[in-house]
Design a protein around this ligand. Structure first.
Ligand code: F6R
Length: 242
């Protein structure tokens, strides 16, 4: 695993954007795995800046989101379908027809999960998967105790994750109880993993994922199994590393 420690969040955004831009320059029709939440916001802003400046063209890219809440009403602004459209597809000038998010409103969620796995496989797999990490070590919404072999499926969000994500909703009760998420096995099949983390609140999770034992109690530790995982963190998020 490659671990890059940088002074601050702007540096993290720049270096992570460099990795994505490099993949797309080599392969203009690359398949990009996109995370939501706060961690990748600066990366998307930096990529959008390069696209607007004419230095980068992402129009041939296919994108797959990591996860989606189950049961939010159609068009809810905090559904990941809405977040990806707002923060990723639009600013990065992706082709909306090539941007995929698990269907958290499907009547048959298991079928939707299987269809998502098939769509990733049909696209040829993910070239670079951008990841954040939860304070409890989750990646995607693979909460502690998730199997390293897991595939896209329904998961129950932990109380910790629902509390952490309450900032995006009008009230904590509004945070959904369930989600669809790519599994750890799905994520590990991406040809390259790129995890970004900023701030001291992530220091314990980063240390456990990078230096701790392989354990389902820290799903992020699964990254140690990947031959090409890069972790880009600022000094605050690196505080727990030896
Ligand atoms: C989001 C996702 C989550 C987040 C994690 C960190 O698609 O899969 O694993 O990356 O919850 O969230 P932030 O970045 O908001 O701290």
């Amino acid at each position: 695993m490659e671990v890059i420690v940088l002074p601050g969040p702007d540096d993290v955004a720049r270096v992570a954007a460099d990795v994505v831009a490099d993949v797309v320059r080599r392969r203009p029709d690359a398949v990009l795995g996109v995370a939501t939440g706060s961690s990748p916001v600066g990366v998307y802003a930096e990529l959008a800046r390069r696209v607007t400046a004419g230095d980068l063209d992402l129009s041939g890219v296919t994108a797959f989101a990591l996860d989606e809440y189950v049961g939010l009403p159609d068009g809810h602004p905090e559904s990941y379908a809405a977040v990806v459209a707002r923060d990723v597809t639009g600013p990065l000038r992706l082709d909306p027809a090539r941007v995929h998010v698990p269907d958290g409103r499907a009547a048959d969620l298991e079928a939707a999960a299987e269809a998502y796995e098939r769509a990733i496989a049909d696209a040829g797999g993910i070239d670079v998967q951008l990841l954040g990490i939860g304070a409890n070590g989750h990646v995607g919404f693979n909460e502690p105790t998730s199997s390293f072999g897991s595939r896209t499926r329904i998961k129950t969000l932990t109380a910790r994750t629902r509390a952490d994500n309450a900032r995006f909703f009008a009230s904590p009760e509004e945070v959904p109880l369930h989600c669809l998420t790519q599994g750890l096995g799905t994520i590990l099949e991406a040809r390259r993993l790129l995890l970004v983390a900023q701030g001291e609140a992530k220091a314990d999770a980063v240390a456990a994922a990078v230096e701790g034992p392989l354990t389902s109690m820290c799903p992020g530790s699964a990254l140690q199994l990947h031959p090409r995982a890069t972790v880009v963190v600022d000094e605050a998020a690196a505080a727990g590393l030896t």
